[in-house]
Write a new protein. Structure first.
Length: 149
C-alpha cells in the first residue's frame, strides 16, 4: 500500500512540474517597449497610414493610424510594442484601406468613388527612404511624427 501512495505522489509531482513549466516557461519573445503616438502631415492628422518600426535586427512592428492620426504598435498578433533600441520608422498609405472599400456592394460603387478622398502623397524621406528614427525604451513610449511636404 505504501508503494502505491509513493507512486501516486511521484506521478502527481511530475504532472504538476510539467504543467507549471509548460505554462510559465521561458518565452522566445524579445523585450518590448509599448509604442503609440500621432502622425500629422503639415499639421493635419493622417488617417489610414501604415506605420512600421524596423529594429536593427528582428521582426518589425506595425500599426495603422486612426481617423485622428493616432497609432498603437503591434509586434505580433495581439502583442503590443516593438523591440527595444533604435528603430527606423516608415510611414506610407496603408494598402488595407482599399480592400475594405472593395468589399462593399457594387451598387454603392459610384458614391464610394465620388466620396472617397485620395490618400496624401507622403515624401519618400518618410517611407521608402525613411530618415525617421525612434529609440524605444522599456515601458511606455510616445513618438509623434510631424511630417512636412
Amino acid at each position: 500500500m505504501k508503494l502505491v501512495q509513493q507512486s501516486f505522489l511521484t506521478v502527481t509531482v511530475a504532472i504538476l512540474t510539467l504543467n507549471l513549466t509548460g505554462c510559465g516557461g521561458v518565452s522566445d519573445q524579445p523585450d518590448l517597449g509599448q509604442v503609440k503616438g500621432t502622425i500629422t502631415l503639415d499639421g493635419q492628422p493622417l488617417a489610414g497610414m501604415a506605420v512600421v518600426f524596423f529594429p536593427e535586427n528582428g521582426r518589425p512592428a506595425k500599426a495603422t493610424t486612426t481617423a485622428d492620426g493616432t497609432y498603437d504598435l503591434i509586434y505580433v498578433r495581439e502583442t503590443r510594442g516593438t523591440k527595444l533600441g533604435k528603430n527606423r520608422v516608415e510611414i506610407a498609405p496603408s494598402e488595407g484601406e482599399d480592400d475594405a472599400d472593395d468589399a462593399q456592394s457594387e451598387e454603392n460603387a459610384p458614391q464610394r468613388k465620388a466620396v472617397k478622398p485620395s490618400k496624401p502623397k507622403i515624401p519618400a524621406r518618410y517611407n521608402t527612404k525613411s530618415e525617421l528614427q525612434a529609440d524605444v525604451k522599456p515601458g511606455e513610449n510616445v513618438f509623434d511624427f510631424k511630417l512636412e511636404t
